[in-house]
Design a protein around this ligand. Structure first.
Ligand code: HPA
Ligand code: ZN
Length: 322
């Protein structure tokens, strides 16, 4: 087996790294009944028709995350795995509203994750950033309240905001105000767009939210003018191939648009999204692409270098990785 290339991971939901074994251990620790007796029972439920069928299970299983220690354990498990997959820098999403809605306060989540992230460089050789994601199927007011409650962590633990959850019917335009406030507060901006939703949502994310990266963005290829815009402005796209197949955005990995995106001159990166649910971490995505699409060494090196170019590292930090 070849050594994984050093890379940055820029599209990773920390809650999506919850492995069945850890979910069961946390359920036992917190006295929570799960309708699954074993890790294999849980894995058997990981069969998805679309984004929503995945989200239903993803949110349900979060019930096991209750204490600061649970969030520390979750992040620590990801970091240990990520390092073995060649990750040197990780910009990590979390979904605060999925926790506050069930009575776990923001402080517990952020400080729990923070404990693992603060020692990540020393323990795992991975630098990190945390990206607060708004759930787009909740209201704009809820997003505004979430932003306000997270202010104490701006610029320290939290350095960016994003937008995730059920895309179709929840266009970026709904969140224009909260993104403008986040921008004024000096945060970086990203958004999921063009995963299941149409190219218009990618335009909105760029023009109305003024995001610096598009998460997924695979449906951008349906709009030539949009491809030209993304290419010209070197807007990074954080693509998640195994996720796209598991959520049936793409039929088979052999049909994945990533090679076409590279050929079109787009700044594409490869990421794992929710690796516990989608069958692999970031290097597993690189390997699966190589097997299915014959990705060559030069393309793999380009993708790894793109991940650092697309990151929010400053120039000096970036130069250390390239
Ligand atoms: N898309 C949208 N929302 C998400 C995802 C995703 O792939 N994973 C976790 N939340
Ligand atoms: Zn995602």
């Amino acid at each position: 087996m070849t050594t994984p290339l050093p890379k940055a991971e820029l599209h990773l939901h920390i809650e999506g790294t919850l492995e069945p074994e850890l979910a069961l251990a946390l359920a036992a620790r917190n006295g929570i009944d799960l309708p699954y007796g074993s890790a294999d029972d849980l894995r058997a439920a990981y069969s998805f028709r679309d984004l929503q069928s995945f989200l239903d299970l993803y949110y349900a299983l979060m019930a096991v995350l209750r204490t600061e220690q649970d969030f520390t354990d979750l992040a620590e498990a990801y970091l240990a795995r990520a390092r073995r997959q060649g990750v040197r820098h990780a910009e990590i999403f979390f979904d605060p509203q999925a926790h506050t809605a069930r009575g776990v306060d923001l402080r517990t989540v952020v400080e729990g994750l923070g404990r693992a992230l603060d020692s990540a460089e020393q323990r795992h050789g991975i630098t990190t950033r945390l990206i607060l994601c708004f759930l787009r199927d909740l209201s704009a007011e809820d997003a505004l309240e979430t932003l306000e409650s997270a202010r104490p962590y701006f610029g320290t633990l939290i350095t960016a905001v994003g937008l995730d959850s059920a895309e179709v019917g929840n266009p970026p335009s709904k969140f224009q105000e909260v993104f403008a406030l986040a921008r004024e507060a000096g945060l970086h901006l990203v958004a999921h767009a063009g995963e299941e939703g149409p190219p218009e949502y990618v335009w909105e994310a760029l023009d109305l939210l003024r995001v610096e990266r598009i998460d997924h963005g695979i449906r951008s290829l349906e709009d030539e003018r949009l491809v030209e815009r993304l290419r010209r402005e070197r807007v990074p796209l954080t693509v998640c191939p195994l996720s796209n197949v598991r959520l049936r955005c793409v039929d088979r990995l052999e049909d994945h648009p990533l090679p076409r995106m590279l050929e079109a001159g787009l700044l594409v990166t490869v990421n794992s999204d929710d690796p516990s649910y989608f069958g692999g971490y970031v290097e597993d995505n690189f390997r699966a692409l190589t097997a299915a699409l014959g990705l060559d060494e030069e393309q793999r090196r380009t993708l790894a270098a793109n991940s650092f170019h697309a990151s929010f590292l400053d120039d000096k930090q970036r130069a250390a990785y390239l």
